[in-house]
Design a protein around this ligand. Structure first.
Ligand SMILES: Cc1ncc(C[n+]2csc(CCOP(=O)(O)OP(=O)(O)O)c2C)c(N)n1
Ligand SMILES: [Mg+2]
Length: 582
């Protein structure tokens, strides 16, 4: 008998307790939320059954923290919100997880059904509001069905493309009592972590794909966040190395292969070092776990239509959505990559020999890019240049660390210039919905998921302002998180666009000059203000050494909107690719 089965509860208990017991059996990690009357019995049971729950000051942050926790562990992140505003505050975070394919279980309290729709305080149509924000809504109408629906929530969250599930719990279900049999408390271990099950692509299609790759002189792998969800790291590196195929990645796909691997050609799409040029010169693209959305394709101008494309994805209807695929591989990324490697294995030696010159191009191309970018990467400028900040991150962060990147420039600059030193989820940008405000709560979730590893978050000042209240949570939770605030006293992305497109007419783009390090210190956290680039590395080091409280590193960067974009934004001006690489 498994441990789970031995610890099954039985007898009369309230709905909240039954919920908590199921989460305990599922091995749920830390949960994030803010209580209210409806879920009180659930909160009461949390400590009793030995689960961990953190009060968060904004439910959106709870959902973001759960999302980052799930990205690091591939286990469902868990968050909750009370009736009405608690539930609706979850919305932005849940859409991030939905678009990013991240397994989440969100619990919302709802009204007592004896009084629903009689203008109950806080009441709203929360299920309807949240329905399109999640993979599935499960409304629990009977206390006796709590174990069954929790079981299903885990299965839905971790199967196929993972995603968020909303469990909507009426007050009377949470507070009411049922006499449970021990047999009710059962959970399928396979569903506790994504991917719950692995589907293999059709054999004949694998053979077709293998033939296409075999005859290609310049094949290129384009990979997205699906590699992380499938934990396909080894399979990807193995195929790339066995066949000498360089690898380019999206922002979410960074870390699919180590950025230090000689076959890694970096980010492709809106911002690129050499990857876009490699795409242009390719004769076979192998796209894996990647939706080929706007940013990855430079607003659908990449890749050129004449290059044959093999597209491997877990969601069949995602294949060919934006760009037609010559070969469609429907299945799990790891399984598909393994099958491709196996189908090609007889040709490994000859393929490597034939592609010697091809892969030998990568290093000099990168060196050329590096030489062009060097003045920015090594910039001694004050205010600090963003490229210099990225370089200091590359130098200072250890291989096992995690960098969480917020939706503003922080994400784009680090997406382009930050290098992971090993494969794995070491870079977490919120590219599902690209909301600002993810950095701090995402950092909290990542810290709790990886308590022994340094976690650094990087956020714009606008994004930080949005979620500053949860610095209090980070301190209370004793997160040894380092949070870099990219302080440009502006909603910089907007200001840069207004500079480029609106003739410098700035509207609602400026923020106050603030000292976020001083604010952090007032809140009982560490706070370091950095104005000199030489002070970056020691500040980051000091932040990472603080193991039981957060440190804010407030970095003063340029206020010049002409200097803010990491490369030319293709929606604004058409400038030759590579004109401004950093
Ligand atoms: C919730 C939300 N609102 C608006 C946007 C649009 N947006 C993208 S970047 C940006 C600027 C954010 O300012 P800040 O966080 O200071 O970052 P900066 O661009 O200045 O580095 C805005 C408003 C968004 N992504 N998310
Ligand atoms: Mg800003």
């Amino acid at each position: 008998m498994s441990e789970t089965m031995r610890n099954r509860p039985s007898g009369p208990m309230n709905g909240g307790r039954a919920l908590a017991e199921m989460l305990r059996l599922a091995g749920a990690g830390p949960m994030f939320g803010m209580g209210g009357f409806q879920l009180l019995p659930f909160y009461d049971a949390i400590g009793h059954v030995g689960l961990t729950h953190h009060l968060i000051n904004d439910e959106r942050c709870g959902a973001f923290a759960a999302d980052a926790y799930a990205r690091v562990t591939n286990r469902p992140g868990i968050c909750d919100g009370t009736l009405g505003p608690g539930a609706t505050n979850l919305l932005t975070g849940l859409v991030e997880s939905l678009n990013g394919g991240i397994p989440i279980i969100a619990i919302s309290g709802n009204t007592n059904r004896a009084h629903s729709w009689k203008n109950m305080t806080q009441e709203c149509r929360q299920v309807e509001i949240l329905r399109p924000a999640v993979k599935e809504v499960m409304r629990i109408e009977m206390i006796s069905r709590i174990p069954e629906l929790l079981r299903r929530a885990f299965a839905v969250a971790t199967s196929g493309r993972p995603g968020p599930v909303l469990l909507d719990v009426p007050e009377d279900v949470c507070h009411g009592t049922h006499d449970f049999a021990a047999e009710a408390f059962e959970i399928d271990e396979a569903t506790l972590k994504a991917p719950a099950r692995r589907a293999r692509p059709d054999r004949a299609e694998i053979e077709r794909a293998a033939k296409l790759i075999a005859k290609a002189k310049r094949p290129l792998l384009l990979v997205g966040g699906g590699i992380h969800l499938s934990e396909a790291y080894q399979a990807l590196t193995k195929l790339a190395e066995a066949q000498s195929i360089p690898v380019a990645h999206t922002m979410s796909g960074k870390g699919s292969i180590s950025c230090a691997n000689p076959l890694s050609v970096g980010l492709f799409g809106r911002y690129s070092r050499i990857a876009n040029d490699m795409i242009d010169a390719s004769d076979c693209l192998v796209v894996v776990g990647c939706k080929l959305g706007e940013i990855a394709t430079k607003r659908f101008t990449l890749p050129p239509a004449h290059i044959p494309m093999i597209h491997l994805d877990i969601v069949a209807e995602e294949i060919g959505r934006c760009i037609p695929a010559e070969v469609s591989l429907w299945g799990d990324a790891r399984a598909g990559l393994e099958d491709l490697a196996e189908a090609l294995s007889d040709s490994d030696r000859t393929a490597r020999a034939r592609r010697t010159d091809y892969v030998a191009e990568v290093a000099p191309r990168l060196r050329k890019w590096e030489a062009e970018a060097a003045p920015r990467l090594n910039s001694p400028d004050r205010p600090v240049h963003m490229a210099r900040l990225c370089r200091e991150l590359n130098k200072t962060l250890p291989a096992e660390s995690i960098l969480v990147a917020d939706g503003g420039f922080a994400g784009h600059w680090t997406g382009l210039l930050y290098d992971t030193k090993q494969a794995g989820r070491h870079f977490i940008p919120d590219r599902g919905l690209a909301s600002i405000g993810y950095g701090l709560p995402g950092g909290i979730g990542a810290c709790l998921a990886a308590p022994d590893r340094p976690v650094v978050a990087i956020s714009g000042d606008g994004g930080f302002n949005m979620t500053l209240g949860d610095l209090e949570s980070a301190r209370r939770i004793k997160c040894g998180l380092t949070i870099i605030v990219v302080n440009n006293a502006a909603s910089g992305y907007v200001k840069a666009l207004q500079h480029a497109m609106m003739g410098g007419r700035y509207q609602s783009a400026d923020l106050n000059e603030m000292d976020y390090a001083a604010i952090a210190r007032t809140m009982g956290c560490g706070g370091i203000r950095v104005e000199d680039p030489e002070a970056l590395a020691p500040a980051l080091q000091q932040g990472m050494e603080e193991r039981d409280r957060p440190t804010v590193v407030d970095v003063v960067v340029t206020r010049d909107p002409a200097q803010m974009l990491p490369a030319v934004d293709n929606r604004t001006v058409q400038i030759k690719q590579g004109d401004r690489v950093a």
